[in-house]
Design a protein around this ligand. Structure first.
Ligand code: ZN
Length: 74
């Protein structure tokens, strides 16, 4: 999470650079989910594009927006 000189370092390993995954991912909307987590339909045509970063030591994962000013679809 800490950004130093524009590079991302792990929260748990302050000296370990986090690596980007090869491709962008998407966080899509879920319609109709209840607060208990049941129900809901994944809408593959919706959502935002994200760039995941992963720490190879502990697997800590964080997401940055691929576009800093996204329009969330739908
Ligand atoms: Zn780590």
């Amino acid at each position: 999470m800490p950004l130093r000189d524009g590079k991302r370092y792990c929260m748990n390993h302050p000296n370990t650079r986090m690596g980007r995954t090869e491709r962008f991912k998407a966080l899509v909307n879920v319609d109709g989910a209840t607060t208990s987590g049941t129900g809901g339909t994944i809408d593959p045509g919706s959502g935002i594009i994200v760039m995941p970063f992963v720490c190879e030591e502990c697997g800590y994962l964080e997401l940055y927006l691929a576009d800093k000013t996204p329009q969330e679809k739908k």
